[in-house]
Design a protein around this ligand. Sequence first.
Ligand code: GSH
Length: 122
Amino acid sequence: MQWPLLPQSPRTEFEAVTLTPARLVPVLGHDGLTLTQSLATIEYLEEIHPTPSLLPGDAASRARIRAIAQHIACEIHPLNNLRVLQRLESSAGTDKHARDRWYAHWVTEGFKAYFPQVGRRN
Ligand SMILES: N[C@@H](CCC(=O)N[C@@H](CS)C(=O)NCC(=O)O)C(=O)O
């Protein structure tokens, strides 16, 4: 795995797991910190550099943007992660074709709910 956003790439498996126990990217190194989880990292960046803001001005718009981001991060993405798909194949005996249909189903469902949220103004 590549670690392009860290000041120093882990040299061993042990270092990598120490940096990010969940073994997921992105991982961002900043100011001696190792930041994981994309939404937490975005909030951190927003807090240390509030201007210009990554989020829109009013509370309602910010809530809408956060809901969309969480929809992707919590509803869509976990089901199509590589390790989840691999586990589906190895433990449930699912062949690649069935695995891809399962994957496509959940991505389609996720985006059916995603697009109306993006188009909405309030
Ligand atoms: N909730 C995490 C998800 C991170 C994640 O799942 N990253 C994927 C790449 S997009 C990954 O590292 N997958 C490795 C794997 O599935 O083994 C976040 O938002 O940062």
